[in-house]
Design a protein around this ligand. Structure first.
Ligand SMILES: [Zn+2]
Length: 462
């Protein structure tokens, strides 16, 4: 049995905050082989010699790579170097797990909120694309799960290809603890939370916050709500369903071609092949052979504003760039025997030095929200932070803000060759056709703060 404490009196249990930082710095996978099945390992010094649980000295290792270290086939120095490299590099291979979605069930049931979906080909399908589906594997008798999930801003969150889960590297937190998988966009923002239960042969989705225009699927513990927005986000219809659905094609089927501007008076609940909320493009238990509805709620909502388009993807500024983050700065004091050190945290992430504020944007939860210019000496993965708004090249910092062209409107094509316009960063334009570098609504160049609906240089009128 492992001792409870080492010779320095250090407990074996690693504090939760240190574990999260180790996950973030390891980019949610084994630092050697990128497996998402991992343990927390003291590298140098080893646990027996360690005096503290420092995220500098702990990395994620999978059981196989850990065993190679124990057997001295893989030197600890190599692990340390690899851990440091992953923290530095702009793009890292995604974490992968070929166990979590493997199942040996005879009859797989997927629970979403309090609803149960027995034996459906697909759990969620949006405009013909399966978000989550499973098919019986005749050889193994189990199921093969495939899926593609999006976050609350419509960005791809993760993928499952033939049972293999391919996770994000550029999110706030991904945690696998036993049979639970949780992905967080921030300390209070759960984007996905699933629990696998071999005994009941169920996969239970407890939390989901997924946006694929014009639909928003929100699962929050017991409730499952599908929202359809108007194109201009002026209003929306929310549909909440709870029931049991058996043997069908698709559990939640969403068809944007059936949508119109949501009006409560136009909504009809039509039974037959599942439950169709006519007027919204929302079906539950599509093509199934029997549903028992316990609860259906339909209501409309005025949408004050479009869901905020937060940018927190892996955008890594190169050496001559600077980047900007909005958030609340927190100063923590660390007491040393002779002096007190100030530590700076922005949106929960530690900075090496006090960031430079470009102005106050608002007050939220008693915290002052400011736009900060982050020194390029800070760790690169700071750009993963929720408050990340963009980066500029050095020279534009010396110009008026209206000249700081951050992004442009370009012509894009989707998978089915429909063209649409999108706003992308100048650096991401590639071969696409530039439509405009000026935002026609403001008559000014597109600006990073427009993503957040804030402009620190002028007073907000409301
Ligand atoms: Zn490994």
């Amino acid at each position: 049995m492992a001792a409870e404490t080492n010779r320095h009196g250090l407990k074996r249990t690693i504090p939760a905050t240190v574990k999260r930082e180790v996950r973030q710095r390891s980019k949610f996978g084994c630092v050697i082989c990128r497996s998402a099945i991992y343990q927390y390992e003291h590298i140098l010094p080893e646990f027996k010699d360690a005096r503290e649980h420092s995220p500098d000295c702990i990395a994620l290792l999978c059981p196989t790579c850990h065993s190679s270290v124990t057997k001295k086939r893989l030197p600890k120095e190599v692990v340390q170097k690899q851990y440091e490299k992953i923290q530095r590099e702009a793009s890292t291979a995604p974490p992968r797990d070929n166990e979590y979605f493997v199942n040996h069930y005879q009859n797989l049931r997927v629970d979403i909120g309090k609803s149960r979906f027995n034996e459906h080909r697909a759990i969620i399908n949006i405009d013909g694309t399966d978000v989550l589906s499973y098919k019986k594997d005749e050889d193994s008798g189990g199921y093969v799960v495939t899926g593609k999930f999006f976050d609350s801003n419509g960005n791809k969150l993760f993928e499952i290809i033939d049972n293999e889960w391919i996770g994000p590297t550029d999110i706030w937190d991904v945690e696998q603890e036993g049979t639970r998988l949780v992905i967080r966009g921030g300390s209070r923002e759960i984007l996905f939370d699933a629990l696998k239960n071999e005994d009941n042969a169920t996969l239970k989705i407890n939390r989901l916050n997924m946006y694929v225009s014009p639909f928003h699927i929100v699962v929050d513990k017991d409730r499952m709500i599908v929202r359809q927005h108007a194109d201009d986000y002026s209003c929306a219809i929310d549909v909440e369903v709870e029931g049991d659905f058996n043997y069908g094609d698709c559990a939640i089927y969403l068809d944007s071609s059936e949508t119109k501007k949501p009006e409560l008076g136009d909504v009809k609940i039509v039974g037959g092949k599942g439950v169709w909320i006519e007027g919204t493009g929302i079906w539950f238990g599509f093509g199934n052979q029997g549903s028992r509805l316990r609860k259906v709620g339909v209501w409309n909502e005025g949408c004050e504003k479009r869901p905020s388009k937060k940018i927190h993807k892996s955008i890594y500024p190169s050496a001559d760039q600077n980047y900007f983050v909005i958030g609340a700065l927190e100063t923590r004091l660390k007491k040393h025997p002779q002096w007190t050190e100030e530590l700076f945290y922005l949106n929960g992430q530690q900075l090496d030095s006090r960031p430079c504020s470009w102005g106050v944007i608002g007050i939220e939860d008693k915290n002052k929200i400011e736009l900060f210019h982050i020194s390029r000496q800070e760790p690169e993965d700071f750009a993963v932070n929720n408050g990340f708004v963009g980066f500029y090249a050095d020279d534009v910092l010396e110009q008026e803000w209206s000249d700081k062209v951050f992004e442009a409107e370009v012509l894009c094509e989707d998978e089915e060759s429909h063209s649409y316009s999108a706003r992308v960063k100048i650096a991401d334009i590639g071969v696409r056709e530039v439509i405009a570098r000026i935002n026609t609504q403001t008559g000014k160049p597109f600006h990073p703060q427009e993503f957040q609906g804030v402009t620190p240089w002028k007073q907000e009128s409301e």
